[in-house]
Design a protein around this ligand. Structure first.
Ligand SMILES: Cc1cc2nc3c(=O)[nH]c(=O)nc-3n(C[C@H](O)[C@H](O)[C@H](O)COP(=O)(O)OP(=O)(O)OC[C@H]3O[C@@H](n4cnc5c(N)ncnc54)[C@H](O)[C@@H]3O)c2cc1C
Length: 492
């Protein structure tokens, strides 16, 4: 194993974590990254004065981070993280709010005051979801699911039955909540992985529950500081990192990848891990790709402003009246909805490292369809009008009055930009988390018909989100080790 050399194509969280797990097990690793830095979506946008996360902001499932850090020989406690409470505030179109809290006792008291009709339902929700989460994590989230056969066992079938898998996340939550706003508040977390609450299967309702059970955490300095931390560890372990070279193909000997070809050189390897978007790997292998449905895209507006909104939480949502219409527009009709949903990330209320004193770095995110012929995001006039509309909602309805006048720096990222950067069809979160693209139906760590090629990342099982992608890295590394052990056994 000592001399085995693994090439990793792409240095997102999937690629970086694979490299750290493998080096901890004694492998030699080279990461080839087409851009000038590692991290992929887990990076910053900055103008030198203001700095803000480009993508991930919400750290969920810290225990999974910790476990995978340990697999890679890293100490999770070296990161400075802080629990956000309230986790989120959701503001509805009619001006009412729902405050979501980490602390279940406080949340129960909140239900008793504001939603007495759903108080008992919430108690059942907590009890049932705790049980369902525990079983789902053990049998679905932390296990490879390479075939339908892998879910055909008593435990998994019972989980799927108990979770009424045939129902969508929002529909499943009707077992517990009658109030439409609560249904929205407890189902919108499917958006964290690029799916609509009315389309993603019931299993994804566990994300909303995990916010209560495991908390919503903020990484001091921004989530992207995790990339700086990991790059440091990679350098300490002498991992070879090749920046600004794009992998354009591979050399094969039979069913074995023997070399990775960049635009500049050929690199011999014993195994290869692709951290590119899964549907795009087919091009590199000169294969025809299956058709996948992308997750939704986002328009993200990064802002540096000369004031603070201290009364606002780190995470807030502004939600439209009708989720069904919104998500039918985003996913089925592929058109812009009349009423948008907006997420605002406002970390400067707890982190003074991101902007000058008294100023803030913020980002405003609007879920939109993935890249489509019907919307031309490169049309500057159209984009400016869209951004203006969003900023007006923030000003007048979402409690950020004065924000437009306070802007010192602004950058905008659209699905068209994301597609150019290499995100599949401009979707922000990999392939969509729909039933037929989840679990055993999602691409798995081992790439079919090749003996030594693997995939990690948001489009691979178990899916998108930082701790979940790290899980895919763990699966790929386990497959590599398993393959090597089989080889050794054969040669004995
Ligand atoms: C706006 C937004 C908000 C998000 N919010 C959250 C959140 O709050 N919490 C959370 O947990 N997750 C969140 N996510 C999801 C999370 O960011 C992703 O699931 C995760 O970062 C994906 O990591 P990855 O390793 O799969 O891919 P990427 O981050 O896309 O990395 C892939 C890397 O491979 C490189 N690459 C690709 N092709 C090649 C090639 N041919 N040659 C060389 N290099 C190549 C790319 O340049 C890139 O650096 C968010 C995502 C977005 C976009």
């Amino acid at each position: 194993m000592k001399d085995k050399h693994v090439c990793i194509v792409g240095g997102g969280i999937g690629g970086m974590m694979s490299a750290l797990i493998l080096t901890h097990k004694g492998y030699r690793v080279t990461i080839i990254e087409k851009s000038a830095h590692l991290g992929g979506r887990l990076t910053y946008r900055t103008n030198g004065t203001y700095k803000i996360d480009r993508g991930p902001t919400v750290m969920l499932l810290p225990h999974l981070h910790r476990e995978i850090f340990a697999q890679a020989g890293l100490d999770f406690d070296e990161l400075l993280i802080e629990r956000c409470d309230p986790t989120t505030i959701m503001q509805f179109h009619n001006g009412t709010h729902f405050v979501k809290m980490s602390d279940c006792q406080l949340q129960k008291a909140y239900f008793a005051r504001h939603y007495p009709e759903d108080f008992v339902g919430f108690e059942y929700y907590l009890e049932d979801m705790q049980n369902l989460y525990r079983r789902s994590e053990a049998h679905l989230l932390t296990r490879p699911l390479p075939s339908i056969k892998s879910i055909c066992n008593k435990e998994v079938l019972q989980i799927l039955k108990d979770m009424q898998l045939y129902r969508s996340t929002r529909s499943f939550l009707k077992n517990y909540f009658t109030n439409n706003q609560l249904l929205d508040a407890y189902s919108l977390q499917t958006l964290y992985v690029g799916g609509g609450p009315t389309l993603a299967p019931s299993l994804y309702s566990l994300i909303g529950f995990s916010e209560h059970e495991h908390g919503v955490w903020y990484v001091h300095g921004g989530y992207a500081s995790l990339t700086d931390h990991l790059v440091n560890k990679l350098e300490q372990r002498n991992v070879r990192i090749i920046y600004e070279e794009t992998v354009i193909g591979v050399e094969k000997m039979g069913s074995t990848v023997s070399k990775v070809n960049t635009n500049n050189q050929q690199i011999p390897c014993d195994a290869v891990i692709f951290n590119t978007e899964y549907p795009l790997i087919a091009d590199l292998l000169e294969r025809r790709s299956k058709k996948y449905e992308p997750s939704n895209g986002c328009v993200t507006i990064y802002l540096g402003i000369n004031r603070q909104y201290l009364q606002k939480p780190v995470h807030s949502f502004y939600l439209p009246e009708n989720f069904d219409i919104l998500f039918a527009n985003l996913f089925k009709k592929q058109q812009l909805p009349e009423e948008v949903a907006i997420y605002v990330f406002n970390p400067s209320v707890i982190d003074d490292t991101l902007a000058p004193s008294g100023h803030s770095s913020l980002y405003v995110l609007v879920p939109v369809p993935s890249q489509t012929q019907q919307i031309n995001w490169d049309d500057v006039v159209f984009l400016q009008a869209f951004v203006h509309q969003v900023m007006q909602i923030l000003e007048s309805d979402a409690g950020f009055s004065g924000i437009c006048d306070a802007i010192q720096w602004q950058e905008i990222l659209t699905p068209a930009d994301c597609e150019r950067e290499g995100l599949y069809l401009g979707g922000s979160f990999g392939i969509a988390p729909h039933l037929w693209q989840s679990g055993p139906f999602r691409p798995q760590a081992k790439i079919p018909k090749l003996s030594n090629a693997y995939a990690v990342g948001a489009s691979v099982h178990p899916g998108g989100g930082i701790p979940i992608v790290m899980q895919s890295a763990k699966f790929a590394c386990e497959e590599i080790q398993r393959g090597d052990m089989n080889d050794n056994t054969r040669s004995i």
